[in-house]
Design a protein around this ligand. Structure first.
Ligand code: COA
Length: 389
């Protein structure tokens, strides 16, 4: 019996800011953002793209009419919830037209929650061979204008269809999670932006990775040579690289060292142009790896998921023969390449409009985005969504 990722897709808002220009506007040496943080462009959220519309947009092309009859659970992982009670999974379930006899709910643990969602889906499907689970990771990563975290923002969603006999990645039975109560990044209820202990958050991430990886290697008798590539949670591309470098010690053979290093570059290519998408970052990295790197069916990919607070998890999957035929590389390249660049001033307007929920459909909804779901208005605290004609 094999269960895993049968289909996966992502959606990012169609606006971005250039990190070198943002650095100049903030009187920062551009190479700090480009090399020190490792980000080239950053997605910017229009008010019309919240976690519901982005999540539905990420999922709409991978859910067939047949799937809509078989999906019995929709899980949304997010740390940008728009409601403390109603789950965004319910709205996404409705927008996609999934059959009504389904469980729909939201999961939270900072950037980690999509990983337990996938593991839950895997266990749930074990004795339900004909059902499928839709897992969506959707977030707007926001720290505030002029804040320390400003260069590590972004927005986007990843959708994954979990099923038996998956066509992309079989999930192995080998996960190790590591929990530690630490205040490295948190967002008390009512605050618009998170509180961050920047240096601590980097150290906590690396420590969590080392603990998870060492325990995983010991329990399952694995070494780095068993992996074709590793994917990390990518709040910014330098972060996962620091974690990877921390275990590429002198005793690691040069072939393994070079393989994992070049794999890391491929696995962070899309992230470098999107920025942080919190819960979806690890899975955007997986898509980036699969779509920009030369891999083969049967090879093992290691994945490290991290959510501040904190929970880390190392797990693995086996690539399925013919996986590349299921990917939608051209669509993803077009999605990233068709985005509109915003000046820093325009980005600041977008940012403030998003915080104040001030709609500007004329500026934000461009004709080349036809077919996407978007947030049309909010009336009596009820969010109404449309499809762009
Ligand atoms: N050229 C090249 N690199 C430069 C540079 C330059 N001109 N100027 C600075 N840098 C490097 C620094 O040496 C540092 O590299 P290092 O981490 O390898 O030492 C890097 O750029 C970042 O500099 P730093 O001083 O740490 O930046 P910062 O104090 O502005 O904070 C974050 C960076 C990531 C901590 C901050 O953006 C943040 O809090 N982000 C949100 C939290 C987060 O994402 N945490 C990650 C774990 S979840």
């Amino acid at each position: 019996m094999t269960i895993g990722i049968d289909q996966l897709d992502f959606y990012v808002p169609q606006f971005y800011v250039d990190m070198a220009k943002l650095a100049e506007a903030r009187n920062v040496e551009p190479n700090k953002f480009l090399l020190g943080i490792g980000q080239t462009e950053m997605s910017v959220s229009p008010v019309s793209q919240d976690i519901v519309s982005m999540g539905a947009n990420a999922a709409k092309n991978i859910v067939s009419e047949e799937d809509k009859k078989n999906i019995s659970m929709v899980i949304v992982a997010t740390e940008s919830a728009i409601d403390s009670a109603k789950a965004s999974a319910v709205q996404i379930h409705n927008l996609l037209g999934i059959q009504p006899f389904a469980r729909c709910f939201e999961m939270k643990e900072a950037c980690y929650a999509a990983t337990p969602a996938i593991q839950l889906a895997k266990d749930y499907l074990a004795n339900r061979p004909n059902e499928k689970v839709l897992v969506i990771a959707s977030d707007t990563a926001r720290y505030g204008l002029h804040s320390g975290g400003e260069p590590t923002q972004g927005a986007g969603a990843v959708a994954m269809l979990i099923s038996h006999n998956p066509r992309i990645l079989e999930l192995n039975d080998d996960a190790v999670a590591y929990t530690q109560d630490v205040y490295d990044f948190w967002r008390p209820s009512g605050l618009s932006y998170p509180l961050v202990a920047g240096a601590l958050s980097k150290d906590a991430y690396i420590q969590s990775f080392q603990e998870s990886w060492n325990e995983y290697a010991k329990r399952y008798n694995k070494s780095l040579s068993d992996f074709a590539s590793l994917c990390f949670h990518v709040p910014f591309t330098k972060m996962g690289k620091k974690a990877l470098d921390s275990i590429l010690t002198e005793d690691i053979d040069s072939e393994t060292h070079n393989r994992l290093t070049s794999g890391y570059d491929a696995a962070t290519y899309y992230n470098r142009y999107v920025g942080n998408i919190y819960t979806g970052s690890l899975y955007l990295s997986l898509i980036s790896l699969l779509e920009t790197h030369d891999l083969k069916g049967g090879q093992t990919i290691g994945l490290f998921s991290y959510g501040s607070g904190s929970v880390g998890e190392f797990f693995s999957g086996k690539l399925v023969d013919g996986y590349s035929e299921v990917l939608n590389v051209e669509h993803h390249k077009a999605l990233l390449n068709s985005r509109t660049e915003l000046s820093v001033e325009e980005y600041e307007h977008f940012f403030n409009r998003f915080d104040n929920l001030e709609f500007d459909h004329e500026t934000e909804l461009t004709s080349d985005q036809h077919g996407i779901f978007y947030l049309n208005d909010i009336n009596d605290h009820i969010r109404n969504y449309n499809t762009l004609k």
